[in-house]
Design a protein around this ligand. Structure first.
Ligand code: NAD
Length: 347
């Protein structure tokens, strides 16, 4: 792998390779862009098959964080760390403290937090070594699933704004939403949609999570592969990335794609493809920013009520993305990218 070329491909400022044999730490920290402020982004722990895959994942995720923070009006840049390891066996104090020392060396250029495979306990260990960490005990990010709930709240508001754009009214009563993935965010999203009177079609590969949503909200369950072809108003991907691709585009029977999953478009061109099909796409990093907005509010010393107010701004942001897309005759995915790049250009 040509590391410098890879940094150039993602437009990334800095890559820190961390190796501490004593604790077994192997990690990379990608700082994508700090023009708007310190790079904010969680620390993922995953048993990557190779260091190359870990580097590419960190660079891709860090870029996403930069765009997400910029369009959300936050004074933060984007970064991400990935630790190569298995959370079930490698989540140890010495390892996270060694990682914390690397974060401390960066003197605030990067602020870490929870991501896939890491926990509040891990953040508490990191905090022994550095102040540049969120989601520690006592923070908003440590209160049960508050961050996921705020992410779901932002997605819900983004769905309402999308419905308003397509149907002329934001009323969700009797609209049908197909939700893929009923984990932390998907569950809360279903609750918001159910409370607003929407009909739910749902799927998950985890039977317990599926049954919970079916019995709590009267949702209709379908097999994972069947979710794409459901006749519905909104398709909400809340599981994996890359779900809008050449195969699934041919199956979609929805008017809107709006969900929590990161990197929903397999490739950039799939945003244009949705546009050509007349399906409104709410760009993922715009409507799933509730978590980072909450983390930023927490870092600045605000409480949960203030964080929720800030998350509510997602309605306005998504409306602006749609408006610009219409005015410029481009897809919403391109409009969101332009918005983020303009903000970074001005910084
Ligand atoms: P989670 O792991 O709690 O839930 C994901 C769910 O998807 C699980 O229930 C899993 O069984 C299910 N799933 C996996 N593969 C599936 C498949 N092929 N078909 C159907 N279901 C499948 O994760 P989460 O925290 O709810 O996050 C969901 C998505 O939202 C992820 O893409 C995540 O990156 C993104 N996101 C989450 C947050 C947050 O605050 N948690 C913030 C921004 C973005």
């Amino acid at each position: 792998m040509d590391i410098l070329k890879e940094l150039e491909r993602f437009g990334c400022e800095q890559l820190v390779i961390c190796r501490d044999p004593a604790s077994g730490l192997s990690a990379v920290i990608a700082i994508h862009n700090t023009k708007l402020g310190p790079a904010l982004g969680g620390c993922r722990m995953w048993p990557y098959a190779s260091a190359e895959l870990a580097v590419t994942d960190a660079l891709r995720l860090a870029k996403g964080m930069t765009y997400k923070a910029a369009v959300s009006g936050l004074r933060y840049g984007g970064g991400k760390a990935v630790i190569i390891g298995d959370p079930a066996t490698d989540s140890k104090e010495a390892l996270f403290r060694a990682f914390g020392r690397y974060v401390q060396h960066l003197q605030g250029r990067y602020i870490t937090g929870i991501d896939l495979g890491t926990t509040v306990q891990d953040m508490d260990w990191i905090q022994i070594e550095t102040e540049y960490v969120t989601d520690v005990t006592g923070s908003l990010g440590s209160f049960g699933e508050y961050t996921a709930e705020m992410t779901a709240y932002g997605v819900f508001l983004g769905i309402k704004a999308s419905v308003g754009n397509v149907f002329g009214s934001e009323i969700l009563k009797d609209m049908t939403a197909a939700v893929q993935g009923l984990g932390k965010v998907g569950f809360f999203l279903c609750r918001y949609l159910h409370e607003a009177g929407a009909q739910l079609i749902v799927t998950d590969i985890h039977e317990g999570r599926l049954n919970r949503v079916v019995s709590a909200f009267g949702a209709r369950a379908v097999a994972p592969a069947k979710i794409y072809g459901q006749v519905c108003d909104v398709f909400a991907p809340c599981a994996l990335g890359g779900v809008i691709n050449d195969q699934t585009l041919a199956l979609l029977k929805c008017k809107i794609v709006a969900g929590a999953a990161n990197n929903q478009l397999a490739e950039e061109r799939h945003g244009d493809a949705l546009h050509s099909l007349g399906i409104l796409y709410a760009p993922d990093y715009v409507i799933n920013a509730g978590g980072i907005i909450t983390t930023a509010a927490d870092l600045e010393g605000y409480d949960a009520a203030y964080a929720k107010q800030r998350v509510a701004h997602i309605s306005r942001t998504i409306a602006r993305v749609f408006h610009t897309a219409e005015a410029q005759g481009i897809a919403p995915s391109a409009s969101a990218d332009r918005m983020a790049e303009e903000l970074l250009g001005k910084a």
